[in-house]
Design a protein around this ligand. Structure first.
Ligand SMILES: *Cc1c(COP(=O)(O)O)cnc(C)c1O
Length: 369
């Protein structure tokens, strides 16, 4: 008898997440030296973690024989203080991805529905599938979330709506007006999740915490993986009203956020200088890449985050050609965008090396229109 006869039937549909290719894999497969390879594939911080975070983590490393503070007291206090809420409004996750899973565990049953955009971050659908729920993908003309259409897609079966702002992999941003108009239409039985993984890169971020303060069924997700450069540590958080946080707390393992990550996040949170440097580097690199794409006649989606989606023709071929040169970008076939690649913004030397190699790709001219 196959195990599939007893496993949840919907698990068969679950496709595994396709992550950015690790540097070590590329080095091994192509016989390159790891230090020759640049990874512009997972929207990581090219500056690395804050030196203050590194120092705090080294200190905590010595205490690795102790279990972490499962309640995350200091980090939740610090996050709450930073955003003007209370510790009771904060839940920590092993990455904000884990909080997406908590929300699924708490609210999704087989047959339920979630609503997200056609080109939204793929983890929403993966988590919905894990709990036997159906993902309603709403068309996003020009890669922008169509919130009117998403509101119209809500049915009595809808439990969750996911809005990534800025969205990954498109980099598009919704305005405060669009968000407010959407929230006026959302019925009370739906939990709205604003995934703000790239919030800190924005110059004028829309306010979604006001819905938390108003007691709406809203979870705002943020992470230490992007601007803080702590992706390896797996630490992120959700912000919601205390009742909703209480529900989510029930769904997590006692020590889901490890102590080294908590220490690094706490120190990194206070390092405004490192965040400012990261923001400036991102802006400079994004302007450079977008200018170069325009000069090459390549279509791209103007980005509000630390990556750009660009149409190169045969995305997989470009991805492979760049990889042979030691540059890892993200091929977009898993997002049903085979003509596109997503490139994360690196340091200026990395961005320049990427553009230099991209320009050499012979098929590129035919991608331009
Ligand atoms: C990177 C990213 C996350 C963050 O994931 P972590 O689990 O915190 O590393 C969440 N949402 C989106 C849209 C992202 O791009």
């Amino acid at each position: 008898m196959s195990l599939w006869n007893t496993a949840h039937p919907w698990l068969r549909e679950l496709v595994s997440y396709e992550p950015g290719k690790p540097i070590e894999d590329v080095a091994r497969e192509l016989g390159l030296k790891p230090e020759e390879i640049i990874k512009l594939a997972s929207n990581e911080n090219p500056l690395g973690p804050s030196p203050k975070a590194l120092a705090a983590m080294r200190e905590m490393l010595e205490r690795s024989h102790f279990y972490p503070d499962g309640g995350g007291y200091y980090l939740r206090e610090a996050i709450a203080a930073k955003v003007g809420l209370k510790r009771e409004n904060v839940i920590l996750g092993c990455g904000s991805n884990e909080v997406i899973e908590f929300i699924g565990k708490a609210f999704l049953n087989p047959g339920d529905e979630i609503v997200c955009a056609r080109h939204a971050f793929v983890v929403y659908k993966l988590m919905a599938t894990l709990f036997g729920a159906t993902t309603i993908e709403v068309p996003d003309p020009n890669f922008a979330h169509d919130l009117d259409a998403m509101a119209a897609a809500i049915t009595p079966k809808t439990r969750e709506v996911f809005i990534a702002n800025p969205n990954n992999p498109t980099g598009t941003l919704l305005s405060q007006d669009e968000i407010d108009r959407f929230m006026e239409k959302v019925p009370a039985h739906v939990v709205v999740v604003f995934d703000e993984a790239y919030y800190e890169f924005l110059e004028n971020p829309p306010d979604t915490l006001k819905f938390v303060r108003e007691g709406r069924n809203v979870v705002v997700l943020r992470t230490f993986s992007k601007i803080q450069g702590l992706a390896n540590l797996r630490i992120g958080y959700g912000l919601a009203k205390p009742e909703l946080i209480d529900v989510l707390q029930k769904t997590r393992q006692p020590f889901n956020a490890n102590g080294i990550a908590q220490a690094g996040a706490l120190a990194g949170l206070a390092d405004e200088d490192h965040q400012r440097k990261t923001r400036e580097l991102t802006l400079e690199g994004r302007n450079f890449l977008q200018r170069e794409f325009a000069a090459m006649g390549l279509e791209f989606v103007p980005s509000f985050a630390n990556f750009v989606l660009v149409r190169v023709g045969d995305g997989r071929a470009v991805f492979q050609a760049l990889m042979r040169k030691g540059i890892i970008v993200r091929d977009m076939t898993s997002y049903a965008l085979p003509e596109w690649i997503r490139v994360s913004i690196g340091t200026m030397p990395q961005n320049t090396r990427f553009i230099t190699e991209l320009r050499k790709f012979p098929g590129l001219a035919t991608a331009a229109r």
